[in-house]
Design a binder for this molecule. Structure first.
Ligand code: NAP
Ligand code: GCO
Length: 261
């Protein structure tokens, strides 16, 4: 392949779960700019409609579906429907996620299970549904959206950290198990990104806002657009011999011990 087309995604079909807004939307829009056909799902029709309108406004002809990624039967049906409407999926981004910020000793087991279900079990379910066609094709890219919490803990996020740490290992295992079929499974670990998920932490007078800016050598929150380049790399031929990695896109948080007092 000519070096100039290493990042070309023309003719590729990319499924981005939970891709109506935020990180998933930005990554999908980036894929579209490099030629991919975008398919996304979300948890309800309102979100799907919001996503479809946003893609349309950006000039992207996306297909959107309602599907709960924790429901294995619904996911299997979704993948069959996408195959009928667009073709087999070349690129999967496991992006849909939830967080519950509750101190561990106050957290109900049901809430803990719910976070594990969406953030860890669902990436297994969706990857399992797309892998057979990737194996048959002899090519595929799976990108799991991990977190700082794949490496670090902090107060109130026990379930999220357990799920995202597990997702890192699921990533390595998919790479180990299916790398022989020319399938690459890597993760992206976003740092602290400006999205609705982090809105409660970002109020200018919130101590966490100052804390994150001081913990980030780049001295700012990330934007969803900061994730586009890394995602295009991991979805494209440019990363064909990169497998089982987590690419942290964190402005340097994981490299940094923090400002000296
Ligand atoms: P998000 O609020 O985490 O959610 C993405 C989408 O997934 C939302 O539309 C959400 O619907 C949907 N979703 C939730 N449960 C679902 C289910 N069972 N089935 C289908 N869709 C479902 O968006 P985000 O902040 O852009 O984060 C995207 C991913 O990046 C997540 O995995 C998150 O954990 C990870 N991440 C985020 C940050 C950050 O700073 N924002 C940092 C690191 C990692 P609802 O809106 O109804 O929940
Ligand atoms: C938190 C959570 C999330 C972050 C993210 C960091 O600290 O509350 O970890 O809010 O958005 O996942 O990578």
């Amino acid at each position: 392949m000519p070096v100039g087309s290493l990042y070309d995604l023309s003719g590729k079909i990319a499924l981005v779960t939970g891709g109506s807004y935020g990180i998933g939307y930005a990554i999908a829009s980036g894929f579209a700019a490099y030629g991919a056909r975008i398919v996304f799902n979300d948890i309800n029709q309102e979100l799907v409609d919001k996503g479809l309108a946003a893609y349309r406004d950006a000039g992207v002809d996306a297909l959107g579906y309602v599907c709960d990624v924790t429901d294995e039967t619904a996911v299997r049906d979704l993948v069959r429907q996408i195959e009928r409407d667009a073709g087999t999926i070349d690129i999967l981004v496991n992006n849909a996620g939830i967080i519950k910020r509750i101190p561990m000793i106050e957290m109900d087991a049901a809430d803990f299970r719910k976070v594990i279900d969406v953030d860890l079990n669902a990436p297994f379910i969706v990857a399992k549904a797309v892998l057979p066609a990737m194996i048959a094709k002899g090519a595929g890219k799976i990108i799991n959206i991990c977190s700082m919490m794949s490496e670090l803990g902090r107060e109130t996020v026990s379930a999220y950290a357990a799920a995202k740490g597990g997702l890192k290992m699921l990533t390595r295992n998919i790479a180990s198990e299916y790398g022989q079929y020319n399938i690459q499974c890597n993760g992206i670990g976003p740092g602290y990104i400006e999205t609705p998920q982090t809105a409660p932490l970002r109020a200018p007078d919130h101590p966490f806002n100052r804390f994150i800016i001081s913990k980030t050598p780049a001295a700012r929150w990330g934007t969803t657009d900061d994730l586009i380049g890394p995602a295009v790399f991991l979805a494209s031929a440019a990363s064909d011999f990169v497998n089982g990695h987590i690419l942290y896109v964190d402005g340097g948080i994981l490299a940094y011990i923090g400002k000296q007092p």
